[in-house]
Design a protein around this ligand. Structure first.
Ligand SMILES: Cc1cc2nc3c(=O)[nH]c(=O)nc-3n(C[C@H](O)[C@H](O)[C@H](O)COP(=O)(O)OP(=O)(O)OC[C@H]3O[C@@H](n4cnc5c(N)ncnc54)[C@H](O)[C@@H]3O)c2cc1C
Length: 311
């Protein structure tokens, strides 16, 4: 059966803070607005235990924050299409076509707010143990490791906050850190390192994940001595940075050497009527407030583009 072909004003890719902010603005301008999200709504911030730097709130959980954004976006008329994947797209100055599993869209303007995703553990066995021994979200999967031994890879805030969270469940936690120091805030480091169930393998990287049906151990290499050792674990949580989700745009949109979309503060990409907002854009700082700022600017730019007959 042929898919329905739909025209609309603004199509936003990604329902994180940038995409949802753009949706609030675009729909308030009475532009027909669709947000495509191929996972659950909210983006990275839904994983935050607490947010303490969103102006106007002393603190709010990631989930509550996302709930409010969604309420505000849909309340002003935006439609959010969750779990719908983009199969193909074509983005030119004169025509934009985006095909998903359920429909073909011809929007006048496109806002790419696709954010970033956690980098996967670079071992050949990643796919075999993904979600079954190798994990990226302690809030989602941490409870599986009650009274078990785990490892956490990474030394930034995300890694050490995950360690702190996992002390509720695990009976032994080994942090595997590629440097001889942590990048996380000192306060978090002190809290984590004073816990007797936590120990650290400095200057170390994971080379293999080993196990028959489930993960049983990791092969760790000391990057200074080049010696390898086996670490018995039931699970490993990985926090080794983020990578932008921009592969599918590269035939049309300029991408920088780190994979981010090239667009200035006005969020305009090299294609007329296509804007990039939030963490996906090449820029210095990636925060909630900067994502919301980009979301706002991109919607204002999209409105201007459509009403100047560009769209
Ligand atoms: C655990 C954690 C805690 C954090 N805490 C804070 C904090 O306290 N304060 C702060 O300022 N920042 C915090 N951050 C950073 C903040 O969450 C990000 O800067 C912000 O979420 C960026 O928003 P975004 O909308 O640009 O991208 P994202 O949040 O990454 O959202 C992008 C969305 O696009 C979707 N998407 C991507 N590609 C496609 C596609 N092809 N089709 C459909 N959908 C797609 C993704 O699934 C995702 O939902 C935290 C991040 C993490 C991971």
């Amino acid at each position: 059966m042929d898919k329905p072909v739909k025209t609309l004003d603004v199509l936003i890719i990604g329902a994180g803070p940038a995409g949802l902010t753009a949706a609030i603005y675009a729909s308030k301008f009475k532009l027909s607005t669709l947000v495509l999200e191929d996972e659950i709504v909210g983006g990275q911030i839904k994983e935050a235990y607490t947010i303490e730097n969103w102006p106007g709130f002393l603190n709010i959980s990631g989930n509550d924050f996302v709930e409010k954004l969604v309420e505000q976006a849909t309340g002003s008329g935006a439609v959010i299409d969750e779990f719908d994947s983009i199969i193909s797209l074509k983005l030119t100055d004169t025509k934009k076509t985006i095909e998903t599993a359920s429909a073909v869209y011809n929007p006048k303007a496109v806002i790419i707010a696709a954010g970033s995703k956690r980098r996967e553990l670079p071992v050949p066995e990643e796919k075999k143990f993904h979600g079954n021994g190798i994990h990226y979200c302690e809030l989602c999967d941490g409870h599986i490791y009650n009274n078990k031994e785990i490892a956490v890879v990474g030394g930034g805030n995300s890694a050490l906050l995950a360690v702190k969270f996992m002390t509720k469940y695990a009976n032994k936690i080994t942090i595997i850190q590629q440097f001889g120091y942590f990048q996380a805030e000192k306060k978090v480091q002190d809290e984590v390192l004073s816990n007797p169930i936590v120990n650290v393998l400095w200057d170390s990287e994971v080379r293999h994940a080993v196990g028959e049906k489930k993960l049983e151990s990791l092969i760790i290499e000391n990057v200074k001595t080049k010696k390898t050792a086996k670490l018995q674990v039931d699970g490993v949580f990985v926090f080794i940075g983020l990578a932008p989700r921009t592969d599918m745009y590269k035939n049309y949109i300029s991408i920088d050497k780190y994979g981010y979309i090239v667009a200035g503060e006005n969020t305009q990409t090299n294609v007329k009527g296509v804007f990039a907002a939030g963490d996906v854009r090449s820029k210095l700082f990636r925060q909630l407030t900067t994502a919301a700022s980009d979301g706002t600017v991109s919607a204002l730019m999209a409105e201007k583009f459509i009403n100047s007959n560009g769209g």
